[in-house]
Unconditional design. Structure first.
Length: 340
């Protein structure tokens, strides 16, 4: 989508989508967890086709801001920590889940405090320190904008955040508050946010390059060190339909001779094959001797012959030697006379 044009005083909508993690495979529904949310959780009224295909179900947050109007220490929400909420927050922190906020189709990103110039997407829920769970409760949001040569045409070119752990129950001040928010049972947690608009020289045409250039959370360098030969799988590793789909509709050898036995002479329209047939037949590896035509025919015939031979042996023995035939053998003459 094209970036939206803002004027001073216009309402800026900040949305949130599913929770994502660099450790877990699946994403989680934002509203399935006790996180700050708006009273009206209806989805985005005008999602684009990319959001629909990517499964991003955007919802508006309760963060209220107008363009070029800064906010300091604004109240976000208050959440009570009971046993259920504690376990849910613990799960999100252990698996490093992040809240993905977005404004004007730009996702929020944060800078790695240990490595300057490295950025990650989303706002983390908290962190673990000294075997305790700490919550990030103060979000310092910075919205970068570019005038683009016209004071009446402002574009948002960046969306950054600096999250901090602050215990507002001890001190409600956001500036001189060094008390970390340690998550405890039966306690209220207050969340607050700051919003600051900063003018940037970044071009609106290249506002998304920052995200593609700083995808460090994807560990791209780690994949570059992997030998690419592991991705060059041999055809013999394929199984099932992938292995035979290019040869299953190939004409057999001596097809004319074969059709004389199975055909009935009915003429039909040409068959349209559902898949493409390979120009070169697939190489069939050499089979063991027991799988050959003559060996398998002999073994199968031997079993049938042995079964029939056993039945016929007892049958003709009873006829020619005057023995009584039954299922498991025959009676000879002496046994038969003794029975009489």
């Amino acid at each position: 989508m094209n970036p939206r044009v803002y004027k001073e005083g216009d309402k800026v909508i900040i949305s949130v989508k599913n929770l994502s993690s660099r450790r877990a495979v699946t994403s989680l529904d934002y509203f399935s967890f006790p996180l700050c949310s708006a009273d009206n959780i209806n989805g985005d009224k005008s999602p684009n086709i990319f959001k629909i295909l990517s499964g991003d179900n955007l919802h508006n947050t309760s963060i209220e801001t107008t363009f070029l109007k800064d906010k300091q220490c604004a109240f976000y929400c208050k959440i009570y920590i009971d046993d259920d909420v504690y376990n849910k927050y613990k799960h999100l922190i252990l698996y490093n889940y992040n809240m993905i906020y977005s404004v004007d189709n730009l996702e929020i990103f944060r800078e790695d405090p240990r490595r300057k110039g490295y950025y990650y997407t989303g706002i983390p829920i908290g962190y673990i320190k000294d075997k305790s769970y700490h919550l990030y409760t103060h979000y310092k949001i910075t919205i970068l904008y570019n005038i683009d040569g016209n004071p009446d045409k402002n574009y948002i070119v960046g969306f950054e955040v600096d999250s901090r752990s602050v215990d507002f129950s001890i001190n409600e001040d956001c500036v001189n508050n060094e008390n970390n928010m340690v998550m405890d049972m039966d306690k209220y947690v207050t969340f607050k946010y700051d919003i600051k608009y900063v003018k940037s020289n970044k071009s609106v045409r290249h506002r998304s390059e920052h995200y593609y250039r700083n995808l460090n959370d994807q560990n791209i360098n780690k994949y570059n060190r992997i030998n690419t030969n592991i991705f060059e799988t041999d055809d013999m590793d394929d199984r099932g339909w992938k292995l035979v789909h290019g040869d299953v509709f190939r004409k057999p050898r001596n097809s004319t001779f074969f059709s004389a036995f199975v055909g009935v002479g009915n003429k039909k329209n040409p068959i349209e094959l559902p898949v493409r047939v390979n120009n070169i037949p697939r190489h069939i590896p050499k089979q063991p001797y027991l799988n050959s035509f003559f060996a398998s025919s002999f073994l199968v015939g031997l079993i049938l012959f042995a079964t029939m031979y056993t039945e016929l042996f007892f049958l003709f023995t009873s006829l020619w030697k005057s023995n009584m035939y039954y299922l498991f053998g025959t009676f000879n003459n002496k046994k038969w006379k003794g029975c009489l």
